[in-house]
Design a protein around this ligand. Sequence first.
Ligand code: F6R
Length: 642
Amino acid sequence: MIKSSIDTATSFEKRFENINTVVFETSFSASKAVANEIAELIRLKQTQNQLCILGLATGSSPKGLYAELVRLHREENLSFKNVIAFNLDEYYPMEPDSVNSYVRFMKAQLFDHVDILPEHYHIPDGTLEKDEIAEYCKLYEENIESYGGLDLQILGIGGNGHIGFNESGSLQNSKTRLVALDHVTRVAASGDFSGLSNTPRTAITLGVKKIMEAKRVILMAWGEGKSAIIKKSVEGEISNKVPATFLQDHNNATFVLDQGSASVLTRISTPWLVEKVVWTDKLVRKAVIGLAQDLKKPILMLTDADYIENGMSDLLADSGPAYDINIYIFNKLQNTITGWPGGKPNSDNSKRPERAEPSRKRVLIFSPHPDDDIISMGGTFKRLQEQGHDVHIAYQTSGNIAVADDEALRFASFVCDYNDKFGIDNAAAQIIYNKVIDFLKNKKSSEIDIPEVRYIKGLIRKGEARATSHFIGLDDAHIHFMELPFYETGKIEKHPIGEADITLTMDLITSIQPHQIYAAGDLADPHGTHKVCLDAIFESIKRLKTQPFMDNCWVWLYRGAWQEWAIDEIEMAVPMGPDQVLEKRHGIFKHQSQKDGVVFQGTDSREFWQRAEDRNKETAQNYHDLGLSQYAAMEAFVRWHF
Ligand code: F6R
């Protein structure tokens, strides 16, 4: 077996971590490292005239890996002729050519782009009769054994710790079998199947036993959404509640993570408990706020004993007593609070998050979907406008896939009625309406909408976004609909970011020359729309940064609909009173297509306005618990330095 280039865990990590864990800067660099290990293995086997037996996974996690393997094949002559592949799982029942089949996924991501022989890859068969499955699974395992077992198994991890579709409760010696999918797994998949009711309830999965028998196992996880289950799997006890913990018993398994998925591991979230650290300002802030939160004490009530008993005695020795450190951090936190997100004119700004000058700033708010602006920073949006800044809003994508079919129908029929009523020639509108009815009547689950339906859905969201911006007080000249092309696939799966997306973004920034840019700094889902939208902004800024106007441009990141910044990260907190909370709620109500049971509800049954209010109230409560003034709600921002 070759020495893995990604095995670099050190002994201090091993004190807390029960499995070899390697953290990369990004999912991109991590995927490249895994691809390199696989490529080395394939090549080694080639020199030995042997087959290379790979266990492969589907899902979002291995996409970057497969893209890199395809690149290695195309550009660096990596051949897959000696590769035999066994996939982990397939939904049941499932036709191989269905949009959501894992057969289709593997062909699209890898097999169709490399020289693997079609008879060399195996994916569990979703078309069998139920009574054929047990025998089929036995043969699938025997087939793997006939090649001497798996040389390397690639895994992702489910939010509940599943590996393959071995859900919570699976045994360590479980066999390849038909399983029922957990509710959380089905909810995670439901977006691909246009709703939970169309999502399969069962799947065929390789058992844990065969995974454990693989000579090498690499589990990949990206994004903050996976951080909690990664901590449980790496630092927790082995338990069949979290099947990924079984890998702690494997003698050659590695977890390959990006910074998001690793973010709550002890060595990352509280490194001072693991090794001697250099106490930077950022780290002191994180440690002291974390200490106060853990002990449920206001910052100014922390004592020397609290520091000593919680692994922070060297900080106390360097910068103590506790009283001094407490005051220092308390003041820092207090200085993040401002009711003047665009800066307070004619005031000393040395301790404020934003500059006072120029007193009237040009502001450009980017909103990935048509409602992220109001959901995530509606209070700040309104304040910037009220405080006299020149505020522009840019909706980056149309958001069309999140509109229900009957809404599209309702609006198409409205247009026909409208034309009739006002004596406008209705023939063309009627043709479109009939086409839409015809299509939607026969639409199969997961079928991509025809362009007419997509446009209508996009227009519905456009109207809602415009209504919100008018409600805030903007005129049409300040509202920009970018319709970035990467989004326009009609599917959950989007195109990768392209030059056209970057050019549109650069053009808008150049035409406005903003003093402030607000962007959704959502890093939770590294493949999602928010991340691509952010990448387009980052890349545009990188290319524009030598332009003189960029010297005066500050970038503030807000979080998307799902998560908030940790208190120690927040650099600007904009408080809201009860009336402003209500006003924001009314702004969110303008998005009627996203109310009352949305297409992409996820696991959270609250409506968007409820999520926004709960989150903003929680931030304010956290500040208050730390000993700062009490506000009804707060929106939070982190500055991005380019
Ligand atoms: C896929 C599989 C699953 C996924 C897991 C993570 O073949 O067996 O265990 O690896 O659900 O999915 P993603 O990567 O989409 O988060």
